[in-house]
Design a protein around this ligand. Structure first.
Ligand code: ATP
Ligand code: MG
Length: 332
């Protein structure tokens, strides 16, 4: 797999099983990748794909059950202290601060865990806060911050020790568009200017498309595709076909028999009395054939148009189904 310059994260045949009462769960099933210094690398996949497990192993919070991983040349299993000195991590899903002290004191407290001299820590906290639009809120107690500002503080914390590699697990989950955007800008800046490597686990395709240099799409613990978002989207062939079909349907199985259809995902809008189907096609001829197949079933195609492929459609092309359907399918 291509990567620019020095390798900062290397993962080889990484495996993690969880043993429970029933049969063991294979969360990671032989993942290999290389990430270069200064790269923003996305790990994209539906719920349960293994993203958090990978982030936890790379940030030394969990041991692998097979394979190995190195961060800045240090083995996560055998040299965890060395890894910890050069990394940091943050998760959008966790509450990451002490409620009854201010945002600033929270950041200062974490800086002290890294033994950063007070004056340096102060300066860094102010700089990070400025970049993240947090300055005005620094004196507020952590509990009194809105979700967005709490998340900005959590992100600032992940950069306070000037880490070489930062692991972020769903950093903008649940945030409004503007807050998510400013966090993404900050992350890009950190990678470009300060050459920090960022590994970002997400199931938000738009986020991954917007800021990641490269992405690995994972499903059931395996990488099913990797490359730049552009390359992955180009690999699909023709633009996707979107059809609005009436009356609403749940099954579009006829589409899987059409040559040149790589996969599809459907949703129903009861109020509008129709179903919307997104179809990944190899060629324009396949798009026409897909439309014909739907009509042959006696269904009405209310509207249809072509649109540029997205990363979700890359997933659909590989798995035959979308993220949502994949997630629902696994709920037993
Ligand atoms: N501590 C654990 N014990 C048992 N099973 C676990 C544990 N942690 C994760 N798993 C299982 O491993 C698989 C991968 O989980 P993981 O949290 O890595 O997925 P994810 O891609 O981060 O999903 P999400 O998008 O929901 O955060 C899932 O089947 C999950 O149930
Ligand atoms: Mg997760």
């Amino acid at each position: 797999m291509a990567s620019k310059g020095t390798v900062s994260v290397e993962v080889s045949d990484l495996r993690r099983e969880f043993k429970g009462k029933g049969s063991p769960v294979v969360a990671l099933d032989g993942v290999s990748l290389k990430v270069g210094q200064g790269e923003i690398f996305g790990v994209l996949g539906p719920n349960g794909a293994g993203k958090t497990t990978m982030i936890r192993i790379l940030s030394t919070l969990l041991l692998p059950t097979g394979g190995w991983a190195k961060v800045m040349g240090f083995d996560v299993e055998h040299e965890p202290e060395k890894v910890r000195r050069v990394i940091n991590m943050a998760s959008g899903a966790e509450k990451a601060g002490y409620d009854f002290i201010s945002a600033k004191k929270n950041l200062w407290f974490f800086s002290q865990l890294y033994g950063i001299p007070t004056a340096t820590a102060e300066k860094r906290i102010m700089e990070l806060s400025e970049m993240l639009g947090l300055t005005k809120y620094l004196d507020r107690k952590f509990y009194a911050l809105s979700t967005g500002y709490r998340q900005r503080a959590t992100i600032a914390r992940a950069f306070v020790n000037e880490p070489k590699v930062v692991f972020l697990d769903e950093p903008t989950i649940g945030l409004d568009v503007m807050t998510a955007r400013s966090i993404r800008e900050f992350l890009k800046e950190q990678a470009r200017r300060s050459e920090r490597t960022i590994i970002l686990a997400s199931h938000n395709m738009a986020e991954v498309e917007a800021i990641c240099d490269r992405v690995a799409i994972i499903d059931k613990g395996k990488i099913i595709a990797a490359g730049t978002p552009e390359d992955l989207m180009r690999s699909l062939g023709a633009p996707a076909l979107v059809m609005e079909v009436s009356p609403p349907q749940s099954g579009f199985e006829m589409l899987s028999r059409v040559e040149g259809v790589k996969g599809f995902t459907a949703s129903t809008e009861e109020e509008r009395g129709l179903s919307t189907v997104h179809i990944v096609v190899e060629t324009d001829a396949a798009a026409r054939a897909a439309e014909d197949a739907v009509k042959r079933e006696g269904l009405k195609v209310v509207a249809s148009w072509r649109k540029q492929a997205t990363l979700e459609e890359v997933f659909v092309a590989l798995v035959g189904r979308g993220f949502k359907e994949r997630e629902e399918q696994d709920v037993v």
